[in-house]
Write a protein that binds this ligand. Structure first.
Ligand code: ATP
Ligand code: MG
Length: 323
Protein backbone atom coordinates (compact mmCIF):
# COMPACT_ATOMS: atom_id res chain seq x y z
CA UNK A 1 0.00 0.00 0.00
CA UNK A 2 1.10 3.60 -0.41
CA UNK A 3 2.68 5.38 2.55
CA UNK A 4 1.24 8.86 2.85
CA UNK A 5 2.72 11.78 4.75
CA UNK A 6 0.49 14.81 5.37
CA UNK A 7 1.69 17.93 7.14
CA UNK A 8 -0.30 20.73 8.58
CA UNK A 9 1.26 23.86 10.06
CA UNK A 10 -0.38 25.62 13.03
CA UNK A 11 0.34 29.04 11.52
CA UNK A 12 -3.23 30.29 11.90
CA UNK A 13 -6.74 29.08 12.51
CA UNK A 14 -7.80 26.37 10.04
CA UNK A 15 -10.15 27.45 7.27
CA UNK A 16 -12.74 25.90 5.00
CA UNK A 17 -9.97 25.79 2.37
CA UNK A 18 -7.80 23.68 4.64
CA UNK A 19 -10.75 21.36 5.32
CA UNK A 20 -11.85 20.87 1.71
CA UNK A 21 -8.35 20.97 0.24
CA UNK A 22 -6.40 18.97 2.80
CA UNK A 23 -8.08 17.58 5.94
CA UNK A 24 -11.01 15.76 4.31
CA UNK A 25 -8.96 14.47 1.34
CA UNK A 26 -6.37 13.13 3.82
CA UNK A 27 -9.09 11.54 5.96
CA UNK A 28 -10.45 9.77 2.86
CA UNK A 29 -7.06 8.08 2.36
CA UNK A 30 -7.04 6.41 5.79
CA UNK A 31 -8.87 3.20 4.81
CA UNK A 32 -6.52 2.32 1.96
CA UNK A 33 -3.13 3.82 2.84
CA UNK A 34 -0.61 3.79 5.65
CA UNK A 35 -0.95 7.42 6.79
CA UNK A 36 1.32 9.59 8.90
CA UNK A 37 -0.19 12.94 9.81
CA UNK A 38 2.18 15.50 11.30
CA UNK A 39 1.29 18.80 12.88
CA UNK A 40 4.33 20.75 11.78
CA UNK A 41 4.78 23.08 14.73
CA UNK A 42 8.48 23.56 13.90
CA UNK A 43 7.47 25.05 10.55
CA UNK A 44 5.42 27.63 12.47
CA UNK A 45 8.71 29.01 13.84
CA UNK A 46 9.89 30.17 10.42
CA UNK A 47 8.15 33.56 10.81
CA UNK A 48 7.47 35.85 13.76
CA UNK A 49 5.23 33.93 16.19
CA UNK A 50 3.68 34.16 19.62
CA UNK A 51 4.54 31.19 21.92
CA UNK A 52 1.22 31.12 23.81
CA UNK A 53 -0.73 31.27 20.59
CA UNK A 54 1.37 28.52 18.99
CA UNK A 55 0.56 26.23 21.94
CA UNK A 56 -3.15 26.92 21.54
CA UNK A 57 -3.13 26.52 17.80
CA UNK A 58 -1.25 23.24 17.87
CA UNK A 59 -3.85 21.69 20.17
CA UNK A 60 -6.71 23.30 18.25
CA UNK A 61 -5.38 21.92 14.98
CA UNK A 62 -4.98 18.43 16.48
CA UNK A 63 -8.58 18.55 17.70
CA UNK A 64 -9.90 19.82 14.38
CA UNK A 65 -7.96 17.21 12.43
CA UNK A 66 -9.48 14.44 14.54
CA UNK A 67 -12.93 16.01 14.26
CA UNK A 68 -12.48 16.11 10.46
CA UNK A 69 -11.89 12.35 10.43
CA UNK A 70 -8.12 11.99 10.88
CA UNK A 71 -8.72 9.16 13.32
CA UNK A 72 -5.60 8.64 15.49
CA UNK A 73 -6.49 4.95 15.82
CA UNK A 74 -6.04 4.53 12.06
CA UNK A 75 -2.97 6.67 11.40
CA UNK A 76 0.03 8.13 13.19
CA UNK A 77 -0.96 11.61 14.39
CA UNK A 78 1.76 13.58 16.15
CA UNK A 79 3.44 16.92 16.78
CA UNK A 80 6.64 17.31 14.77
CA UNK A 81 8.57 18.88 17.67
CA UNK A 82 7.91 15.76 19.77
CA UNK A 83 10.00 13.68 17.38
CA UNK A 84 13.63 14.89 17.51
CA UNK A 85 14.54 12.87 14.42
CA UNK A 86 12.93 15.60 12.26
CA UNK A 87 15.46 18.23 13.34
CA UNK A 88 18.26 15.67 13.25
CA UNK A 89 17.60 14.50 9.69
CA UNK A 90 16.97 18.08 8.62
CA UNK A 91 20.58 18.92 9.48
CA UNK A 92 21.87 15.94 7.49
CA UNK A 93 19.81 17.11 4.52
CA UNK A 94 21.05 20.69 4.90
CA UNK A 95 24.44 19.12 4.45
CA UNK A 96 23.19 17.54 1.22
CA UNK A 97 21.39 20.59 -0.20
CA UNK A 98 22.95 23.65 -1.78
CA UNK A 99 22.47 27.25 -0.71
CA UNK A 100 21.39 28.27 -4.22
CA UNK A 101 18.60 25.73 -4.51
CA UNK A 102 17.09 26.81 -1.18
CA UNK A 103 17.24 30.47 -2.22
CA UNK A 104 15.48 29.69 -5.49
CA UNK A 105 12.35 28.29 -3.82
CA UNK A 106 9.35 30.42 -4.80
CA UNK A 107 7.81 30.32 -1.33
CA UNK A 108 11.07 31.57 0.21
CA UNK A 109 11.31 34.38 -2.30
CA UNK A 110 7.69 35.44 -1.77
CA UNK A 111 7.67 35.20 2.02
CA UNK A 112 11.10 36.75 2.52
CA UNK A 113 10.17 39.76 0.42
CA UNK A 114 7.36 40.60 2.81
CA UNK A 115 9.56 40.54 5.95
CA UNK A 116 12.25 42.83 7.24
CA UNK A 117 14.02 40.28 9.47
CA UNK A 118 13.95 36.96 7.64
CA UNK A 119 14.54 33.99 9.92
CA UNK A 120 17.24 31.63 8.71
CA UNK A 121 14.79 28.77 9.26
CA UNK A 122 12.61 30.21 6.48
CA UNK A 123 15.48 29.57 4.08
CA UNK A 124 16.17 26.06 5.37
CA UNK A 125 12.47 25.16 5.69
CA UNK A 126 12.53 22.85 2.63
CA UNK A 127 15.26 20.71 4.26
CA UNK A 128 13.04 20.19 7.31
CA UNK A 129 10.08 19.42 5.07
CA UNK A 130 12.23 16.91 3.19
CA UNK A 131 13.14 15.32 6.52
CA UNK A 132 9.45 15.14 7.50
CA UNK A 133 8.74 13.17 4.34
CA UNK A 134 11.87 11.02 4.04
CA UNK A 135 11.92 9.91 7.70
CA UNK A 136 8.77 7.83 7.14
CA UNK A 137 9.83 6.56 3.69
CA UNK A 138 6.63 8.15 2.37
CA UNK A 139 5.66 7.31 -1.21
CA UNK A 140 2.87 9.88 -1.56
CA UNK A 141 2.65 13.45 -0.27
CA UNK A 142 -0.74 15.10 -0.77
CA UNK A 143 -0.10 18.81 -1.31
CA UNK A 144 -1.57 21.78 -3.08
CA UNK A 145 0.20 23.27 -6.08
CA UNK A 146 1.97 25.76 -3.78
CA UNK A 147 3.96 22.94 -2.16
CA UNK A 148 4.77 20.90 -5.27
CA UNK A 149 8.17 22.58 -5.67
CA UNK A 150 9.21 21.52 -2.16
CA UNK A 151 8.29 17.90 -2.85
CA UNK A 152 10.32 18.07 -6.07
CA UNK A 153 13.30 19.35 -4.07
CA UNK A 154 12.77 16.52 -1.57
CA UNK A 155 13.06 14.02 -4.43
CA UNK A 156 16.25 15.71 -5.66
CA UNK A 157 17.81 15.64 -2.19
CA UNK A 158 16.82 12.00 -1.62
CA UNK A 159 18.23 10.96 -5.01
CA UNK A 160 21.46 12.92 -4.42
CA UNK A 161 21.88 11.37 -0.97
CA UNK A 162 21.19 7.85 -2.25
CA UNK A 163 23.73 8.24 -5.08
CA UNK A 164 26.44 9.67 -2.87
CA UNK A 165 26.01 7.60 0.33
CA UNK A 166 23.87 4.58 -0.56
CA UNK A 167 20.17 3.75 -0.83
CA UNK A 168 18.60 5.10 2.34
CA UNK A 169 15.53 7.01 1.16
CA UNK A 170 12.37 6.21 -0.79
CA UNK A 171 11.70 8.84 -3.47
CA UNK A 172 8.30 10.42 -2.75
CA UNK A 173 5.90 12.00 -5.20
CA UNK A 174 3.40 14.82 -4.80
CA UNK A 175 -0.19 13.66 -5.22
CA UNK A 176 -3.39 15.62 -5.61
CA UNK A 177 -6.14 13.55 -4.04
CA UNK A 178 -9.40 13.35 -5.99
CA UNK A 179 -12.04 15.77 -4.75
CA UNK A 180 -9.51 18.10 -3.15
CA UNK A 181 -10.98 21.51 -3.81
CA UNK A 182 -9.11 24.78 -4.16
CA UNK A 183 -11.11 27.33 -2.21
CA UNK A 184 -10.82 31.03 -2.97
CA UNK A 185 -11.40 33.99 -0.66
CA UNK A 186 -15.14 34.81 -0.61
CA UNK A 187 -14.53 38.56 -0.71
CA UNK A 188 -11.67 38.35 -3.23
CA UNK A 189 -12.14 35.24 -5.39
CA UNK A 190 -8.90 35.93 -7.25
CA UNK A 191 -6.95 35.03 -4.10
CA UNK A 192 -6.67 31.70 -2.30
CA UNK A 193 -8.40 31.45 1.09
CA UNK A 194 -5.52 31.32 3.63
CA UNK A 195 -5.41 30.87 7.36
CA UNK A 196 -2.65 33.46 7.70
CA UNK A 197 -4.50 36.17 5.77
CA UNK A 198 -6.99 38.25 7.72
CA UNK A 199 -9.93 38.72 5.35
CA UNK A 200 -13.72 38.98 5.74
CA UNK A 201 -13.89 36.33 3.01
CA UNK A 202 -12.20 33.61 5.08
CA UNK A 203 -14.36 30.98 6.76
CA UNK A 204 -12.70 29.58 9.84
CA UNK A 205 -13.74 26.09 10.89
CA UNK A 206 -14.68 27.32 14.34
CA UNK A 207 -16.70 30.34 13.18
CA UNK A 208 -20.20 30.28 14.74
CA UNK A 209 -22.69 29.07 12.13
CA UNK A 210 -24.48 32.42 11.89
CA UNK A 211 -21.13 34.04 11.04
CA UNK A 212 -20.54 31.35 8.40
CA UNK A 213 -23.94 32.07 6.86
CA UNK A 214 -23.35 35.83 6.85
CA UNK A 215 -19.92 35.47 5.20
CA UNK A 216 -21.34 33.27 2.45
CA UNK A 217 -24.39 35.50 1.86
CA UNK A 218 -21.99 38.46 1.49
CA UNK A 219 -19.67 36.63 -0.91
CA UNK A 220 -18.66 38.60 -3.98
CA UNK A 221 -20.51 37.35 -7.06
CA UNK A 222 -20.06 38.48 -10.62
CA UNK A 223 -21.92 40.62 -13.10
CA UNK A 224 -24.78 38.93 -14.95
CA UNK A 225 -27.32 36.61 -13.39
CA UNK A 226 -26.71 33.13 -14.79
CA UNK A 227 -25.19 30.54 -12.47
CA UNK A 228 -22.47 28.86 -14.52
CA UNK A 229 -19.01 27.53 -13.74
CA UNK A 230 -16.35 29.69 -15.41
CA UNK A 231 -13.42 30.43 -13.13
CA UNK A 232 -12.05 33.10 -15.50
CA UNK A 233 -15.18 35.10 -16.23
CA UNK A 234 -17.12 34.28 -13.07
CA UNK A 235 -14.61 33.59 -10.28
CA UNK A 236 -17.02 34.39 -7.42
CA UNK A 237 -19.86 32.18 -8.65
CA UNK A 238 -17.42 29.43 -9.63
CA UNK A 239 -15.89 29.46 -6.15
CA UNK A 240 -19.32 29.02 -4.55
CA UNK A 241 -20.12 26.20 -6.98
CA UNK A 242 -16.80 24.52 -6.16
CA UNK A 243 -17.49 24.81 -2.43
CA UNK A 244 -21.05 23.48 -2.84
CA UNK A 245 -19.75 20.62 -4.97
CA UNK A 246 -17.00 19.67 -2.51
CA UNK A 247 -19.24 19.89 0.56
CA UNK A 248 -22.07 17.83 -0.92
CA UNK A 249 -19.98 15.45 -3.04
CA UNK A 250 -22.03 16.41 -6.10
CA UNK A 251 -20.20 17.11 -9.40
CA UNK A 252 -20.44 20.78 -10.43
CA UNK A 253 -22.24 19.77 -13.65
CA UNK A 254 -25.11 18.36 -11.62
CA UNK A 255 -25.64 21.51 -9.55
CA UNK A 256 -28.35 23.87 -10.78
CA UNK A 257 -29.29 26.62 -8.37
CA UNK A 258 -31.59 29.01 -10.24
CA UNK A 259 -30.12 32.31 -9.05
CA UNK A 260 -27.17 33.85 -7.23
CA UNK A 261 -29.35 34.07 -4.13
CA UNK A 262 -30.29 30.39 -4.30
CA UNK A 263 -26.64 29.42 -4.87
CA UNK A 264 -25.55 31.33 -1.77
CA UNK A 265 -28.32 29.87 0.36
CA UNK A 266 -27.63 26.29 -0.78
CA UNK A 267 -23.91 26.77 -0.24
CA UNK A 268 -24.42 28.23 3.24
CA UNK A 269 -26.75 25.35 4.18
CA UNK A 270 -24.27 22.76 2.89
CA UNK A 271 -21.24 24.29 4.60
CA UNK A 272 -23.12 24.61 7.88
CA UNK A 273 -24.33 20.99 7.61
CA UNK A 274 -20.67 19.97 7.22
CA UNK A 275 -19.31 22.21 9.99
CA UNK A 276 -21.95 21.61 12.68
CA UNK A 277 -21.05 17.97 13.46
CA UNK A 278 -17.35 18.80 13.13
CA UNK A 279 -17.71 21.63 15.66
CA UNK A 280 -19.66 19.36 18.04
CA UNK A 281 -16.96 16.68 17.84
CA UNK A 282 -14.30 19.34 18.38
CA UNK A 283 -16.14 20.70 21.45
CA UNK A 284 -16.12 17.22 23.03
CA UNK A 285 -12.40 16.82 22.36
CA UNK A 286 -11.42 20.27 23.59
CA UNK A 287 -13.44 19.80 26.78
CA UNK A 288 -10.94 17.08 27.71
CA UNK A 289 -7.44 18.35 26.85
CA UNK A 290 -5.76 15.64 28.93
CA UNK A 291 -7.11 12.94 26.61
CA UNK A 292 -6.05 14.89 23.54
CA UNK A 293 -2.55 15.27 24.99
CA UNK A 294 -2.42 11.50 25.63
CA UNK A 295 -3.42 10.86 22.01
CA UNK A 296 -0.58 13.11 20.83
CA UNK A 297 1.91 11.51 23.22
CA UNK A 298 1.01 8.04 21.92
CA UNK A 299 1.26 9.31 18.35
CA UNK A 300 4.71 10.76 19.03
CA UNK A 301 5.92 7.44 20.49
CA UNK A 302 4.81 5.61 17.37
CA UNK A 303 6.34 8.26 15.11
CA UNK A 304 9.65 8.09 17.00
CA UNK A 305 9.75 4.32 16.56
CA UNK A 306 9.08 4.59 12.84
CA UNK A 307 11.57 7.41 12.28
CA UNK A 308 14.44 5.83 14.23
CA UNK A 309 15.65 3.34 11.63
CA UNK A 310 15.79 5.94 8.83
CA UNK A 311 17.78 8.46 10.81
CA UNK A 312 20.18 5.76 12.03
CA UNK A 313 20.72 4.52 8.48
CA UNK A 314 21.28 8.07 7.18
CA UNK A 315 23.84 8.89 9.90
CA UNK A 316 25.70 5.67 9.36
CA UNK A 317 25.76 6.16 5.58
CA UNK A 318 27.23 9.65 6.02
CA UNK A 319 30.05 8.36 8.19
CA UNK A 320 28.77 9.32 11.63
CA UNK A 321 29.69 6.77 14.29
CA UNK A 322 27.03 5.08 16.37
CA UNK A 323 27.06 5.85 20.12
P1 ATP B 1 -0.67 29.84 5.13
O1 ATP B 1 -1.37 31.11 4.75
O2 ATP B 1 -0.01 29.89 6.49
O3 ATP B 1 0.21 29.29 4.06
P2 ATP B 1 -2.71 27.98 4.34
O4 ATP B 1 -4.17 28.23 4.65
O5 ATP B 1 -2.24 28.18 2.95
O6 ATP B 1 -1.87 28.82 5.38
P3 ATP B 1 -1.07 25.63 4.67
O7 ATP B 1 -0.63 25.26 6.07
O8 ATP B 1 -0.10 26.32 3.76
O9 ATP B 1 -2.42 26.51 4.82
O10 ATP B 1 -1.60 24.35 3.94
C1 ATP B 1 -2.23 23.29 4.62
C2 ATP B 1 -2.93 22.43 3.59
O11 ATP B 1 -4.13 23.10 3.17
C3 ATP B 1 -2.12 22.19 2.31
O12 ATP B 1 -2.34 20.86 1.88
C4 ATP B 1 -2.69 23.19 1.34
O13 ATP B 1 -2.53 22.76 -0.02
C5 ATP B 1 -4.15 23.22 1.76
N1 ATP B 1 -4.81 24.50 1.46
C6 ATP B 1 -4.46 25.71 1.95
N2 ATP B 1 -5.29 26.67 1.49
C7 ATP B 1 -6.18 26.05 0.68
C8 ATP B 1 -7.30 26.50 -0.09
N3 ATP B 1 -7.65 27.78 -0.11
N4 ATP B 1 -8.00 25.59 -0.81
C9 ATP B 1 -7.64 24.29 -0.77
N5 ATP B 1 -6.61 23.79 -0.07
C10 ATP B 1 -5.88 24.65 0.65
MG1 MG C 1 -0.12 27.96 2.36
Amino acid sequence: PSRVLSLFTPSGRPTLGNLLGALLPSARLLPTADCVFGISDLHALTSEHDPARLRERSLELAGLAIAAGIDPARCVLFLQSNVPAHAELSYLLESTAHYGEMQRMIQFREKSERQSAVRLSLLTYPALMAADILLYQATDVPVGADQAQHVELTRDLAARFNRRYGPVFTLPRAVHPPMAARVMDLSDPGAKMSKSVDSPGTIFLLDPVDVVRRKIMRAVTDSGTSVAYDSEAKPGVSNLLAILSATTGTPVAELSPGSYGALKKETADAVIALLEPLQRHYATLSADPATLETVLRTGAERARERAASTVTAAKEAMGLLAA
